[in-house]
Design a binder for this molecule. Structure first.
Ligand code: ASP
Length: 592
C-alpha cells in the first residue's frame, strides 16, 4: 500500500496513529538533530520530521532529499509544538520511521509554490510542473467540478448528451477553419468544427428534443488572453421552444452552477436590448457592476461654434464620480489612452465640475459655464465629478467611450470584488453590413432566424430593410464578459436559402456547403433554438479572473503553439506524399 492517508488529511484526531504517506518533497529544513520535510500531494502538505536521536541514518538520508523527489514515509502522527495555523494539517506532523525514495527528480526549473519564480514561457514548457502548483490545481479541479455540475443539471432537465464529429466541413461562426488533409481522399480536406452548430440542429430534426455536449471547438483566430484556438463550449439545442424557454432554462443552469460550485446566489438576470446596451454602455456586453453610463450630449454640444462637435454624428460623455481630482497629467494619460490605435479616438474632452461649483474644461473657449452646467446635469454630475466626452461617428464614439468607461472603472477601483452581475442581451440585429467589402455578415451565424414578425420584411424588403432586421438572438453576459450566445433557428428551407442569398452565397454555393441541412429541413424539422456557453470563460469569470488559459490544462501560447510538445511541427516527406501535399514554405517561413 502506497499510502494510508493523503498529505491533506491528517488532523489532531489522528494523533498516535501509524500512517503511510506518499508525495512530493516540497521543501526540507535541517535543524541540528531534526530534519523537517514538507510532503505535498494534490490534497495538501504535511510536515514530516526525522529525529537523528531516534535514527541517525534515516535522518541523514532525509537531509539529502531533493525538491520534487517522490517519497513514501511511514511514521506516527503527533501534535506539533509550533503549530501552523495557515495549513489545515498544521496542528500535526508525522514522526518518520521509514523512508522510501519512489523516484528522484531533477531540480525543477522554477519553484513549485503558489507564487512561483518561473516566467510564462518556462512554465508553459514544463506545464506538468506548473500544474503541480496550488493555484492551477484549484483551477483545474474547479473546472472538473463545474463540468460535473453541468452534466448533472442538464441530465436532470432531460438533456441528452450526444457527441458530434470533429472531422467535418466548414461551420461558419465567423472565424477561419482549421483544416485536416484527407489521405483517403487526396486533395480534399476536413474542417474542424468551429462549433457543432449544424449537427445539433440535425439532432433536433432527428427528434432528440434536448441536446447538450461539453465540446471542443476550433477557430483559427488571432489570439488574446481570453482566446484559444481550441476551446470548450457547453453546447445545447432544444426543440419546440421559444427564446423565452431557452433563456429560462439557461438562467436556471447558470444559477445552479454558481450555487452548487461557488455557493453564490445570483441576483436578477435583467434583459436589455442590443440597441439599449450600445446606447447606455457602448458595448454589447456591458459590465453592470458599476454605473458610469454613456450620456448623449449631441444636442447640447452642437451649434456653439466648436467645429469638432459640429461635424460629429454623436457627442457622448460619461461622468466619473469624484474625478475632478484628477491631475492634468492623469487627464493627458487618458487622452493618450483613447488615442492609441486599439481605441482609435481622435481626442478626449474633459469637464471638471469643481467643488466650488465652477467648471473647468478643455473646451472653455467654446462653452461658457452655463453650457457646461447643462452637460453636467445631462450626465447627472455633482460637484467634484469629471465628465469625459468623445465625439465623432456614432458607433465608433460609443465603442471608444465604452472602453474608456471600463478603463476608468479599473483605474479608479470602482469594480466591486466578488460581485456577479448577469445580463441577457437580446434582440441582436440579424445582419451586419460590412462597408469595406460591401456585403452582409451574419451577426450571430447564418442559421439564426429573424424575429417571426420580421420574416415578411426579410422576404420582400430592400437593402435598408435588411440592415434593420432583428433576430431572436441573445447573449448571456456576466461582469462584462460574454459567457454564451445563441438564437432561435431558421427551420424552413426557403427562409434559409434567402438568408444565404443575403450573405452573398450563390444558390450553388449554399447547396454545396449546406445542402445537407436545408435538405433536412424538408423532412419535418421542428421549430428549435439553442445556445452555447464558453466553458473556459465561465470558469475564469466565476473565479474573477480574465485569462482562460489558467483554466485549461494544456493551453497554447499567443502564437498558437504548444511549447511543451512543440506543436505545430513540420511533417516528414513521406507523410506529405501520402497526403498529396507540397509545402511551399521552409522552416524559416520563406516561401518558394
Ligand atoms: N454555435 C453558436 C456559437 O458557437 C451557439 C449557438 O448558436 O448555439 O456561438
Amino acid at each position: 500500500m502506497f499510502r494510508t492517508h493523503t498529505c491533506g488529511e491528517l488532523r489532531l484526531d489522528n494523533e498516535g496513529t501509524d500512517v503511510t504517506l506518499s508525495g512530493w518533497v516540497q521543501a526540507g529544513r535541517d535543524f541540528g538533530g531534526l530534519t523537517f520535510v514538507d510532503l505535498r500531494d494534490r490534497y495538501g502538505i504535511t510536515q514530516v520530521v526525522f529525529d537523528s536521536d531516534d535514527d541517525a541514518a534515516l535522518a541523514e538520508r532525509a537531509g539529502k532529499l531533493g525538491r520534487e523527489w517522490v517519497v513514501q514515509v511511514k511514521g506516527q502522527v503527533r501534535e506539533r509544538t509550533n503549530k501552523n495555523p495557515n495549513r489545515p494539517t498544521g496542528d500535526v506532523e508525522v514522526l518518520a520511521r521509514e523512508l522510501t525514495v519512489l523516484n528522484r527528480s531533477k531540480v525543477p526549473p522554477f519553484t513549485i509554490e503558489d507564487e512561483t519564480d518561473g516566467g510564462d514561457d518556462l512554465r508553459m514548457r514544463y506545464r506538468y510542473l506548473d500544474l503541480r502548483r496550488g493555484p492551477l490545481q484549484q483551477n483545474i479541479i474547479f473546472r472538473s467540478r463545474l463540468a460535473l455540475a453541468v452534466r448533472a443539471y442538464l441530465g436532470g432537465e432531460g438533456f441528452v448528451e450526444v457527441e458530434t464529429p470533429n472531422l467535418i466541413k466548414s461551420t461558419p461562426e465567423g472565424a477561419r477553419d482549421f483544416v485536416v488533409p484527407s489521405r483517403l481522399n487526396e486533395g480534399q480536406f476536413y474542417a474542424l468544427p468551429q462549433s457543432p452548430q449544424t449537427f445539433k440542429q440535425l439532432l433536433m430534426v432527428a427528434g432528440y428534443d434536448r441536446y447538450f455536449q461539453i465540446v471542443k471547438c476550433f477557430r483559427d483566430e488571432d489570439l488574446r488572453a481570453d482566446r484559444q484556438p481550441e476551446f470548450t463550449q457547453i453546447d445545447c439545442e432544444m426543440a419546440f421552444v421559444t427564446q423565452e424557454d431557452v433563456l429560462n432554462t439557461f438562467e436556471g443552469l447558470t444559477r445552479h452552477l454558481f450555487q452548487e460550485v461557488k455557493g453564490v446566489e445570483l441576483g436578477e438576470f435583467p434583459r436589455m436590448q442590443y440597441d439599449e446596451a450600445l446606447r447606455r454602455y457602448g458595448s454589447d456586453k456591458p459590465d453592470l457592476r458599476f454605473g458610469m453610463e454613456l450620456n448623449d450630449l449631441t444636442a447640447l454640444g452642437q451649434g456653439k461654434g466648436f467645429p469638432v462637435f459640429d461635424a460629429a454624428e454623436l457627442i457622448v460623455g460619461i461622468c466619473v464620480a469624484g474625478g475632478a481630482e484628477l491631475s492634468r497629467k492623469q487627464l493627458d494619460g487618458l487622452t493618450k489612452w483613447v488615442k492609441r490605435p486599439q481605441i482609435g479616438a481622435k481626442g478626449l474632452i474633459y469637464v471638471k465640475y469643481n467643488e466650488d461649483g465652477s467648471f473647468k474644461s478643455s473646451v472653455d473657449k467654446f462653452f461658457d459655464q452655463a453650457a457646461l452646467a447643462g452637460w453636467a446635469s445631462a450626465c447627472g454630475a455633482d460637484a467634484g465629478d469629471l465628465l469625459l466626452v468623445i465625439s465623432g461617428e456614432a458607433e465608433k464614439s460609443r465603442d471608444q467611450l465604452g472602453r474608456l468607461r471600463l478603463h476608468v472603472a479599473e483605474m479608479r477601483d470602482m469594480i466591486p470584488a466578488g460581485v456577479f452581475k448577469p445580463l441577457w442581451v437580446v434582440d441582436f440585429p440579424l445582419l451586419e453590413w460590412d462597408e469595406e467589402h460591401q456585403r452582409f455578415h451574419a451577426m450571430h451565424h447564418p442559421f439564426t432566424s429573424p424575429k417571426r414578425e420580421e420574416v415578411d420584411r426579410m422576404l420582400t424588403g430592400d437593402h435598408d430593410t435588411m440592415k434593420s432586421l432583428r433576430a431572436d438572438a441573445y447573449d448571456l453576459v456576466i461582469n462584462g464578459a460574454e459567457i454564451g450566445g445563441g438564437s432561435v433557428r431558421i427551420y424552413d428551407r426557403g427562409l434559409q436559402e434567402k438568408n444565404f442569398q443575403l450573405l452573398g452565397f450563390t444558390p450553388e454555393e449554399a447547396e454545396a456547403q449546406f445542402g445537407f441541412l436545408m435538405g433536412a429541413f424538408e423532412y419535418g424539422a421542428p421549430p428549435h433554438a439553442g445556445i452555447a456557453f464558453g466553458f473556459d470563460r465561465l470558469c475564469a469569470v466565476m473565479n474573477g479572473q480574465s485569462s482562460i488559459r489558467d483554466f485549461i490544462a494544456f493551453p497554447k501560447n499567443n502564437q498558437g503553439r504548444d511549447v511543451m510538445i512543440d506543436a505545430p511541427a513540420p511533417i516528414d516527406a513521406g507523410q506529405l506524399r501520402e497526403l498529396a501535399l507540397r509545402v511551399t514554405v521552409d522552416r524559416d517561413g520563406a516561401k518558394s
